[in-house]
Design a protein around this ligand. Structure first.
Ligand code: CMP
Length: 140
């Protein structure tokens, strides 16, 4: 299996509770390497653009409000089959459904304040990485 990249966001519920390091350690322990990372405060326009695929969902407005409610840490992760590996360590979107030992089971507060985002396909990973990073900001 090839080394690939995925995109991760450590969400405002986690930065608020000072969990950036704890979450990153779980990602690293799962075999992922942080090859780019920056702490930012998303603008409303960025959050709406990033989550545009969910625009018609009833939770869209609350999701955008939450994502701009505090700083986030956007990261590029590299590893063998990185998208799948990251989704395994993140756990299910709803922490009530997440397996023991996953990031969301360990830290998430709710389906909205669920600590991390991770890309769901290689194609979306490339799009999401390009949304926040220039290629020369990514280094293994
Ligand atoms: P994420 O992986 O960032 O992608 C979309 C986000 O929408 C998801 O994580 C959740 O945080 C959020 N989300 C999904 N379903 C719901 C829901 N039913 N209610 C509120 N937020 C949701």
């Amino acid at each position: 299996m090839a080394t690939t990249r995925t995109f991760s966001i450590i969400k405002p519920d986690a930065t608020r509770r000072n969990l950036t390091g704890a979450v990153t350690k779980m990602l690293e322990d799962a075999g992922l390497r942080v090859v780019a990372s920056k702490r930012i405060r998303m603008t409303r326009e960025q959050a709406e653009g990033f989550y545009a695929v969910h625009r018609e969902r009833p939770f869209f407005g609350e999701l955008v409000d939450f994502m701009i409610s505090g700083p986030v840490v956007v990261q590029v992760l590299e590893g063998e089959d990185a998208v799948r590996r990251n989704r395994e360590v993140m756990g299910a979107t709803n922490p009530n459904d997440a397996d023991e030992g996953t990031i969301r089971k360990t830290f998430a507060e709710s389906i909205e304040a669920n600590t991390v985002h991770g890309s769901d396909s290689d194609e979306n990973a490339a799009t999401e990485i390009a949304f926040f990073f220039k290629e020369d900001e990514i280094t293994g």
